[in-house]
Structure formats: structure tokens, C-alpha cells
Write a protein that binds this ligand. Structure first.
Ligand code: ZN
Length: 320
């Protein structure tokens, strides 16, 4: 990530689709926002006036199957993570995200449609230094057999994900990614949402996944992948988890300088680690522009130790 000026979108660009959980049609429009605005959802189509919600960790009100933002009056925007990942992943600092329904459209299950909308709108720099949240000490959270940790990192923002499914087709996968826009576009942004066939009936009975189909979800049963078009990457599931992390951790409100590692993670764990970090005022500080470049150099190689594009799957099937 460049240590330079803040960016926003040059113009508006829209995408239309359905919500994966609600099944409802929705149009989403990305647009410019002022310096230091961050990402702001604007919910239109309500009775009365439009409502805004800042995309920050404090506004998260549910993380069960997706990340849901809202306020005291209830949920406003569900499944926020993929469009947020696209904005952060492509190096946008400030944007409005207008939607006329309760859920961000799932599109093809990845961030590709949002990346295309960002390309269409164009990215422009703004007259202010980019600011970052620099992680100063490791913070870890354990939820059941899931573990997440964020730690200081010498260079930008790194995500390391390990997944371990009893489903033998998914199995164990690991993927690590150093965030940069072109890498995000090529390696992570196209990785789709995935699920297990045996979970679908359970989700439907709970009122979720009503819009899920083979057009927007990679589906596995115990023996094989059910989508006829196949996978986009052999480790598409782990890459999608990286995509979710980038979206969920964008709720820090500023780009992070640090490394995040999760084992069997999900939205709940991502949110818990981010909240634990932000509530410990000794664990981070805000740095900007040239100062960020100098401080991360000063951090040196601390926290490094895994190089290359991948990490080894360093866990057994029943490690908790
Ligand atoms: Zn996702």
C-alpha cells in the first residue's frame, strides 16, 4: 500500500443484484466522499428520510452469517463485507455506498462486480495525507476452536488465513496475502462465497440464504464441488476468507498497518479481534503519510517469519 494521499471515487457507479440472505432485489451505488469521511452507507427507499451508517466496528450489530451494520433503531445494511473489501482492497479511503434495500447484493459471490464499479467510477487522490491505524502489539482472541490474532507488521497490511473443514472436499487450506490493489484484483477479489449443501436447509429454515444459488455461491457436498463451472482457484475458499477479513477489518475506519492471522475464522472472530484491538489504546496509534513510512521501517522485521505467497497448514484436524 502506498503511503500517500487519501483517495475517493471520481464519479458514481451502480450495480444491481439480489441479497444472498433476503433474496430481495437491490441496487448499490458507489460514490465520492470527502477527506476523512471513510466509508458511509446510505440506506434509501425507506419511509421518511434516508439513513446513514458509518462503516465502523461500533456499528456492527450482528455477525452470524454476514456482517450487519445498524444503529439504535436496528439493522440497516446486511452483508457489508464484500463491497467494503473491494473499496479497501483497491485503495479507496473515502466513499459513499448507497443501497435501496436491506442487504448488499451478492452479485457472483465475490468482490468482482464492486471492483468493476470502482474501475468504472475511477479513483482520484484528495488533498490530505492518508492516515493509518498502526498495530503496536499483538492482540489475540479465541472463540471455541477459532483463533484470531493481529500483530505489528513491518510493511503494510497482511492477512493469513487457515481453514479446516471436516468436509473432505474443502479440507485444510491456507492462504496469505499482502494487501495491494493489483494483487487484490487478481488473487483475492474474484474468490466466491462458499457453503455446504447440508447447511442450506438449516439456513433456509432460519431465514437465511434465500437468494443463494449456484450463480453466487460455491457449493460442496461430502464428495464433490456441485458447481458445474468449477473453482476459480484450487484454494478459492481460503482466498474468500481473506476477502472477508479485508472487508471486516476495514471497519477499523482507517487502513491497518499490521498482520492478521486467523485459524477457522469467520465474521464473528474478525469483529472480536478488531474490537479487542481498538478498545486497547496501548495496542495501536494513528500515523499518517510520510510518518507511516518512517515508523513502519523502524518496526523492521518484527512479526515477519512467513515469506512467499502461502503459509503452511500448520495445524492438525482437531487442534483447538
Ligand atoms: Zn464472504
Amino acid at each position: 500500500m502506498k503511503f500517500s494521499r487519501q483517495t475517493t471515487l471520481r464519479a458514481q457507479a451502480s450495480v444491481a443484484g439480489v441479497g444472498v440472505h433476503s433474496g430481495l432485489p437491490v441496487t448499490l451505488t458507489l460514490g465520492p466522499a470527502p477527506v476523512d469521511a471513510g466509508f458511509i452507507f446510505v440506506r434509501t427507499g425507506l419511509e421518511g428520510s434516508d439513513r446513514e451508517v458509518q462503516a465502523t466496528a461500533e456499528q456492527v450489530i450482528a455477525t452470524d452469517f454476514a456482517t450487519v451494520l445498524g444503529d439504535r433503531d436496528g439493522p440497516l445494511v446486511s452483508t457489508a463485507e464484500h463491497v467494503l473489501a473491494a473499496l479497501r482492497g483497491m485503495g479507496v479511503d473515502n466513499a459513499t455506498i448507497e443501497i435501496d434495500g436491506p442487504e448488499v447484493p451478492i452479485m457472483d459471490g465475490s468482490a468482482a462486480a464492486f471492483i468493476a464499479a470502482i474501475d468504472q467510477a475511477g479513483i482520484v487522490t484528495q488533498p490530505a495525507q492518508r492516515r493509518f491505524i498502526q498495530v503496536l502489539k499483538p492482540i489475540s482472541v479465541k472463540i471455541g476452536d477459532s483463533v484470531g490474532e493481529i500483530r505489528p507488521h513491518a510493511n503494510g497490511f497482511r492477512v493469513e488465513v487457515e481453514i479446516d473443514f471436516t468436509n473432505p472436499v474443502i479440507g485444510q487450506q491456507a492462504y496469505a496475502f499482502d494487501l495491494n490493489p493489483e494483487g487484490f484484483r487478481r488473487e483475492v477479489g474474484r474468490a466466491r462465497t462458499f457453503g455446504l449443501m447440508c447447511d442450506v436447509a438449516r439456513l433456509w429454515s432460519a431465514g437465511y440464504a434465500l437468494g443463494a444459488s449456484f450463480d453466487n455461491t460455491v457449493v460442496f457436498d461430502d464428495e464433490r464441488l456441485l458447481n458445474t463451472e468449477g473453482l476459480r482457484y484450487s484454494d478459492e475458499c481460503a482466498r474468500h476468507k481473506v476477502l472477508d477479513v479485508i472487508g471486516d477489518l476495514s471497519l477499523a475506519g482507517l487502513p491497518l498497518l499490521g498482520a492478521y492471522h486467523s485459524v477457522r475464522g469467520g465474521h464473528k472472530l474478525n469483529h472480536a479481534v478488531l474490537t479487542a484491538l481498538l478498545t486497547d489504546r496501548t495496542a495501536w496509534r494513528v500515523v499518517e503519510g510520510e510518518a507511516a513510512r518512517r515508523t513502519t521501517r523502524a518496526v523492521g522485521e518484527v512479526g515477519r517469519g512467513i515469506v512467499g505467497g502461502r503459509i503452511a497448514a500448520a495445524f492438525g484436524p482437531d487442534v483447538s
